[in-house]
Design a binder for this molecule. Structure first.
Ligand code: UTP
Length: 289
């Protein structure tokens, strides 16, 4: 079965980015001039997925408005002959079929994914975390979909991290099949370096089979008092094979202040309209530091 649907959990509280996230969703933080969630949605669309479910929550209405038609704005741009801006604004509303479910309480990523149970209709699906941006030649999720086509089981997007950072991620253990593919035999949420099964961390891309929902149903609160997707994947391992794939590309966690700054600077430097002038500015600025 082909992957046709994507779920973007975006109902988290974003406590690492307070106070900005007190009233604005972190997924709407602009990286140069596009909100983070648009980069994520573009990755899905580039991989051929055009049906997207966003898991939202209280205070996240800006996300729904963003993907909707903006009648007043479009009318004014049209009247003023601002064709270029009009095309940009219209394209956002047309890029995908976007659906919404509200997670009433931020009870954890596993709980957020469970909110997609009915919508995914018994099919395997992709999950994109709304605050993880990944740049790569071939979209990261497309690389994982190719592995899924071969293996027909859940695939986790992973990257190697510094040992001291294992406590920030879900960490896998398993059998290396090749440089990029691992058969997962263990997964632990945020282990300390001494308890971590490796330094290979799951980042914000997953392809999951529908069996995950039964596993989430049976998952109790884990670390941080949340229903952890990691714990549900751990119990999935007892029933189905799960592979981890070291994707090609660079990932930014924009829910983290440093990650947000890195993404902003690097994306600005790559932009045709801003890159050169911004580079000159940074060079001058750095002389003073
Ligand atoms: P994070 O742990 O990065 O998000 O969850 P958070 O809880 O919003 O952030 P901090 O740690 O407090 O700063 C990963 C993804 O899962 C979503 C988040 O929106 C984020 O995209 N999530 C998390 C939910 O949708 N619901 C939840 O209950 C928890």
């Amino acid at each position: 079965m082909k992957i046709k649907r994507a779920v973007i959990p975006a109902a988290g509280l974003g406590t690492r980015f307070l106070p900005a996230t007190k009233s604005s969703p972190k997924e709407m933080l602009p990286i140069v001039d596009k909100p983070a969630i648009q980069y994520v949605t573009e990755e899905a669309v580039q991989a051929g997925i055009s049906s997207i479910l966003i898991i939202t929550g209280r205070g996240k209405e800006a996300i729904e408005n963003y993907f909707d038609v903006s009648f007043e704005l479009e009318k004014i741009l049209e009247e003023r002959g601002r064709e270029e801006e009009l095309a940009v604004v219209r394209k956002i509303a047309e890029m995908a079929d976007v659906f919404y479910v509200r997670q009433r309480e931020a009870l954890g990523l596993g709980h957020a994914v469970y909110c997609a149970k009915n919508w995914t209709a018994g099919e395997p699906f992709a999950v994109f975390l709304g605050d993880d941006i990944i740049f790569s030649e071939t979209p990261c999720i497309k690389q994982m979909m190719d592995i899924y086509d071969e293996k027909k089981c859940s695939i986790l997007g992973v990257m190697d991290v510094a040992e001291k950072d294992t406590s920030k991620f879900g960490i896998i253990g398993g059998k290396e099949i090749s440089d990029s593919l691992i058969e997962v035999t263990n997964i632990v949420e945020k282990p300390s370096p001494q308890d971590a099964p490796s330094n290979t961390a799951v980042v914000g891309r997953y392809i999951l089979t529908p069996q995950i929902f039964e596993e989430i149903e049976n998952t109790k609160e884990g670390i941080g008092g949340e229903i952890q997707l990691t714990d549900a994947i751990k119990s999935l391992l007892k029933k189905e094979k799960v592979y981890a794939y070291r994707f090609q590309g660079k990932r930014y966690d924009i829910g983290d202040k440093l990650g947000f700054l890195q993404a902003t600077v690097e994306i600005a430097l790559k932009r045709e309209d801003l890159g050169e002038i911004f580079k000159q500015y940074l060079k001058e600025l750095l002389k003073k530091y």
